[in-house]
Write a protein that binds this ligand. Structure first.
Ligand code: UT7
Length: 333
């Protein structure tokens, strides 16, 4: 049997730190409100002329490849998750492939919002288990700061999001003891408009982008925060239990949980439900905010660097986000 194993992790965050107090120059908010409701103290914003979605992804990928002892030449496929691509099309995977000098290698761009990285990991895992490819680069990268509405009207989303990228190298292995055990994916389109950006949409009269659409806020992130929150706390628990049950484990067996960094209150709720300690749950939302598809690989790479993920650990990844989507992965490290 062929399985896949994560053999390298990397991440990149821009140097530009934006504190909660910095946000008060654009909108009516406060450090106290943001910390109390979300746990976030600061986030990173990309620097125009220095960072792009694909350049951040390439930096994270180079680090992941180096740690795996590989070069870009060894990679058979790129699976790239983002909802904030450099171009409307083609996707950022093409640009990162060019940056890494991987001409001719297949690339796949996926969206799937906050669950994007776990979906991407699942796709790469299936490619490897089927024998089609031996090495995959799985990436999550986001530039949210140029999309969000930084006025008071947009404050319920603007304070949450940040920029950054994370990457994982997946390699084929015959070793049943150190591998991705399973992945579990879900979606429910009935809630598509509870967290979405409407424009630039194709199903519009006339041109796809007009001044009126900008005026009406069609390009801004719209979120029914309470609805998202209520579904998130239920779905996180469900999809984690699904992964544990599929492999004959209970939450007592989990060493490390890496949740999507949506809100510290969501992570704390899930942690308490599972009976895990604070040390076992990776949270870096305080420093990076919610980086959507990049949040899990950044958190996982940091945890690995800090020796909080060790060989033999049972590691669970879990995500919930726009779509709605929710997903988990169980890994024996
Ligand atoms: O990663 C994708 C998944 N996303 C999530 O999981 C996000 C889930 N949702 C949340 O995390 C929370 O809903 C938020 C953090 C976004 C909002 O927290 P909340 O406790 O649900 O606040 P709320 O939207 O119910 O707003 C409460 C009050 C309102 O004022 P009134 O009507 O009570 O006077 C808002 O206008 O807080 C106000 N408010 C703010 N005040 C200061 C909303 N945003 C802000 C802000 N600063 N940034």
């Amino acid at each position: 049997m062929t399985f896949s194993r994560i053999t390298g992790l990397g991440y990149y965050v821009p140097d530009n730190i934006i504190t909660n107090n910095d946000l008060t120059q654009w909108m009516d908010t406060s450090d106290e409100w943001i910390q109390e409701r979300t746990g976030i103290k600061e986030r990173r914003y990309f620097e125009h002329g220095k960072d792009t979605n694909y350049s951040m992804a390439a930096a994270a990928s180079r680090q992941a490849l180096e740690r795996a002892g590989l070069t870009a030449d060894n990679v058979d496929v790129i699976v790239y998750a983002t909802i904030t691509p450099d171009y409307f099309f083609p996707g950022s995977a093409f640009l990162m492939q060019r940056e890494l000098g991987m001409d001719g290698k297949p690339v796949i761009d996926i969206r799937q919002q906050c669950s994007g990285f776990v979906y991407a990991l699942s796709i790469a895992d299936q490619f490897i288990k089927s024998g089609m490819y031996k090495t995959a680069l799985v990436v999550g990268s986001e530039i949210q700061s140029s999309w969000i509405d930084k006025s008071t009207a947009g404050r319920n989303t603007a304070v949450i999001f940040g920029d950054g990228a994370g990457a994982a190298v997946l390699q084929a292995t015959e070793d049943p003891h150190h591998r991705i055990l399973s992945t579990h994916l879900h979606a429910d389109g009935r809630f598509a408009e509870d967290l979405y950006v409407k424009e630039p949409g194709s199903s519009r009269p006339g041109r796809t982008a007009t001044a009126k659409m900008i005026e009406e806020g069609g390009f801004n992130v719209h979120m029914n925060g309470n609805t998202v929150f209520k579904h998130a706390i239920v779905r996180f628990g469900e999809v984690i239990n699904e992964a544990l049950e599929a492999n004959g484990f209970t939450s007592d067996d989990v060493n490390v949980l890496v949740p999507h960094q949506a809100n510290i209150r969501i992570s704390d709720y899930v942690r308490q439900q599972m009976g895990l300690s604070e040390e076992q749950v990776i949270n870096n939302i305080q420093r990076f905010g919610n980086t959507t598809a990049a949040s899990i690989p950044i958190a996982m790479a940091e945890a690995w660097e800090q020796d909080r993920i060790k060989e033999g650990d049972l590691v669970c990844l879990a995500a919930f986000g726009s779509g709605f989507t929710w997903a988990s992965a169980l890994i024996r490290w």
